[in-house]
Design a protein around this ligand. Structure first.
Ligand code: AMP
Length: 308
C-alpha cells in the first residue's frame, strides 16, 4: 500500500571532517521518500522554489516517487546548513533559510487523498493537522517533530500527536515532551496521548520502540565509514514506515522487522554525502544489511552456575 509524505524538500550545505557539499539534495521528505521507495509506492507533497535543479526532480522520479504534490513557486528553495565534527551525534546547524518553505500550505492532490499510509515529517503541527483533515481515513498515520514545536506550539502539537498512530522522535525530545528524565517513564507518559507506538531515535546509538506490546531496542550498526549522517533519522522513518506500509503487519514481530529495516536504511544513508547512496541501492544490499543486523544482535542463552 502506498505512503504519502509531507515535509521539507531542501538544498543542503553540509560540512563534515571528510569533505563538504554545497546545494546538495536534502530535506526530510526527500530522505524519507527515497528510503521508503525500496518498500512501497511513495507520494510526496512539498514545496520548492524556481531555483530547484531539474536533476533533483529527475532523481526522485527515477525512484518512482510521485511528485504530483510538489509545488514549484516563485522564490528560493528552503536551504539548510549543517556542520559535523568527529562526534556525529553532535551537529551544528549553521543556518536555516526557509525561503518558500516559510509560506508552505500543504495541498494534497485529489489523487493522493485516499493514500492508505501517511507520514507527516517535521513541519508546523498546524500544517500536520491540516494534512490529516485533507486525507480520507488512512490505515496508518505517523508524525515526526522537533524541540522547536515542543517549545513554541505545545497545544497544536498535542492535538497532532493525539491524531496519529505512531510518533517518531529522538530521546531528548521524548524527555522534553514528557517532562520526565527517565526514558522508559517518559515514553510511557508520551504513549498516554493515545499512540499505538512510540519510536525513540538515538542517533548512532540506535533506536527503541515502545508500545503496549512491549519494548524493542536495537543498537546502531558499527559502520566502517560514516561520511554524512544528515537525513539518517528520516531515512530510518522511510525504511520503518515503508516496511509497515508494504506489509500492513503492525504485530510485535512486524514492528521488530520494521525497526531493523529502518535502521538498515538509516545506516546506508550515512555512508555517502546527501542522498548519493540512498538513491542508488540494490535490494540485495538492503537484505544483506538486515542479515548483518541479525548477526550483530543474536545470542544464545547458555546459563552458568552463578555463585550464590
Ligand atoms: P535529519 O538528519 O534526519 O535530522 O534530517 C536532516 C534534513 O532535514 C536536512 O536535509 C534538512 O534540509 C532538513 N531540515 C533541517 N532543518 C529542518 C526544519 N527546521 N524543518 C524541516 N526540515 C529541516
Amino acid at each position: 500500500m502506498s505512503i504519502l509524505v509531507v515535509g521539507s524538500v531542501a538544498l543542503d550545505d553540509v560540512d563534515t571532517p571528510f569533505g563538504q557539499r554545497r546545494g546538495a539534495l536534502g530535506g526530510a521528505a526527500v530522505y524519507f521518500g527515497l528510503a521508503a521507495s525500496y518498500f512501497t509506492d511513495v507520494r510526496l507533497v512539498g514545496v520548492v522554489g524556481e531555483d530547484f535543479p531539474d536533476e533533483h526532480v529527475e532523481l526522485l522520479g527515477t525512484r518512482g516517487i510521485d511528485l504530483a504534490g510538489l509545488q514549484v513557486v516563485e522564490g528560493e528553495t528552503f536551504r539548510w546548513g549543517g556542520k559535523y565534527g568527529y562526534d556525529f551525534n553532535a551537529r551544528e546547524t549553521t543556518y536555516t533559510n526557509l525561503g518558500v518553505f516559510a509560506n508552505f500550505q500543504p495541498q494534497i492532490p485529489e489523487t493522493f487523498r485516499r493514500t492508505a499510509n501517511v507520514f507527516l515529517a517535521n513541519i508546523a503541527p498546524q500544517l500536520q493537522l491540516s494534512v490529516l483533515e485533507q486525507v480520507e481515513r488512512p490505515a496508518m498515520t505517523a508524525l515526526d517533530t522537533m524541540n522547536y514545536w515542543i517549545e513554541r506550539t505545545p497545544t497544536e502539537l498535542r492535538s497532532a500527536i493525539e491524531s496519529v498512530d505512531i510518533l517518531l522522535i529522538n530521546d531528548s525530545e521524548t524527555r522534553q515532551l514528557a517532562g520526565e528524565p527517565v526514558l522508559r517513564k517518559a515514553a510511557a507518559r508520551v504513549l498516554e496521548h493515545g499512540l499505538e507506538l512510540l519510536v525513540v531515535k538515538k542517533g548512532e546509538d540506535g533506536v527503541v520502540t515502545f508500545s503496549r506490546e512491549g519494548i524493542f531496542a536495537v543498537p546502531g550498526l558499527p559502520l566502517d565509514s560514516i561520511i554524512d549522517p544528515t537525513g539518517a533519522g528520516d531515512s530510518f522513518a522511510g525504511g520503518f514506515l515503508g516496511y509497515l506500509a508494504a506489509t500492513g503487519d503492525r504485530s510485535a514481530e512486524g514492528i521488530r522487522r520494521a525497526t531493523i529495516y529502518g535502521s538498515v536504511m538509516g545506516s546506508l544513508c550515512c555512508e555517502a554525502f546527501s542522498t548519493e547512496k540512498l538513491a542508488d541501492l540494490e535490494p540485495q544490499e538492503i537484505e544483506e544489511r538486515f542479515q548483518e543486523y541479525k548477526r550483530l544482535t543474536h545470542f544464545e542463552y547458555s546459563p552458568i552456575l552463578l555463585n550464590a
